[in-house]
Design a protein around this ligand. Structure first.
Ligand code: SF4
Length: 78
């Protein structure tokens, strides 16, 4: 029996864009629904993020009620 090839498995539709997220370089608390100042910091990052639309689509599609996604607050996504 020869060596078995391992398949590289991942959730393509989610991970492809999340790996390019600008927020990975910044404090997580900015994006987790903290203070208004946290949200302001997060929005500055989101504004230059290359996957902002994908992120917003994920938040809206999943009905996420917390945190800053795609530069929006939960209230703005409602
Ligand atoms: S839009 Fe904002 S929260 Fe979404 S991946 Fe980009 S930096 Fe992160």
């Amino acid at each position: 029996m020869g060596p078995q090839k391992k398949k590289f498995q991942r959730n393509v539709s989610y991970n492809d864009w999340i790996r390019r997220a600008a927020c990975v370089e910044y404090p997580p608390e900015w994006f987790l629904g903290g203070t208004a100042q946290d949200h302001q910091h997060a929005v500055r990052v989101c504004n230059v993020c290359p996957v902002r639309q994908e992120c917003l689509d994920e938040a809206v599609g999943s009905g996420l009620t917390w945190g800053t996604w795609g530069g929006t607050t939960p209230a703005e996504r409602a």
